[in-house]
Design a protein around this ligand. Structure first.
Ligand code: APR
Length: 228
């Protein structure tokens, strides 16, 4: 069975009503990264950081997977598919994709402040100040913040090295190491990029579909199901 790797970013969830980060009116325009998405900000102002991720979690609970997420599931009829997502939402899971690697953490989970590999599901629709790990230490959002290691990058690289086909959807390709994953594709790997905006990256050898995920992903999937 041929192997497909799909790298997704915030753009694939945009049509589910979830804000991207760097588009106009994106999350980082309204909430400065320096005050939210790093360990220092957690130490400086836990309340604010917890509140930010709880706000995103409440939105996610109301959101639904869109056509972009759903079309990717069809590929599993004829291909071995791994989704590598930078997204912290669970919309690929809810659409029905089976193999998903989350590079930047998951909004519906929390982890111990002393060991971020100790992960717990968040109960209800918010992480509370009183939520603690098995040793009574506070829980923090299970998010890979700027400046932190990305533990899932190694398994992600292994998948990329095996890909016969590589599809990138809805990412500005500016945040590393995720943005470098395409470089691990073997020679001859067929590459697609779906995004309504041309990213500031070298697109040689890549079929660029300048569309939103809902329509662009369908085009790629229809083509790939026709040729295999
Ligand atoms: N369909 C497809 N792509 C879209 C859509 C859509 N409906 N709407 C917007 N996009 C595209 C934008 O054109 C842009 O290229 O999605 C991309 C979103 O880029 P970013 O906001 O930078 O999001 P992303 O690339 O996922 O960010 C990477 O940065 O802040 C961190 O941890 C955060 O995982 C995130 C990482």
């Amino acid at each position: 069975m041929k192997k497909i790797v799909v790298l997704t970013g915030a753009g694939i969830s945009q049509e589910s009503g979830i804000s991207t980060f760097r588009d106009s009116d994106g999350l980082w325009e309204n909430y400065p990264v320096s005050e939210i998405a790093n360990y220092d900000s957690w130490e400086r102002n836990e309340e604010q950081t917890r509140g930010f991720y709880n706000m995103l979690l409440k939105k996610l609970i109301k959101a639904q997977p869109n056509e972009g997420h759903k079309q990717l599931v069809r590929l599993e009829e004829r291909y071995d598919v791994t989704i590598i997502t930078q997204n912290i939402d669970d919309l690929h899971e809810r659409a029905g994709s089976k193999k998903i690697i989350h590079l930047h953490g998951e909004l519906k989970k929390a982890c111990s402040v002393t060991d971020n590999s100790e992960v717990y599901p968040i109960k209800g629709d918010e992480l509370k100040k009183s939520d603690v790990d098995k040793n009574g230490k506070p829980l923090r959002p299970f998010i890979v913040w700027f400046g932190e290691a990305v533990p899932m990058i190694e398994p992600a690289i292994k998948e990329c090295e095996k890909a016969d086909i590589f599809i990138v959807v809805g990412t500005s390709l500016v945040v590393y190491p995720a943005a470098g994953l395409l470089n691990y594709a073997k020679p001859g790997c067929k590459k697609y990029l779906v995004d309504p905006k041309r990213p500031n990256a070298d697109l040689s050898g890549i079929t660029f579909i300048e569309e939103k995920a809902s329509t662009g992903v369908k085009k790629v999937v229809d083509e790939l199901l026709k040729i295999n």
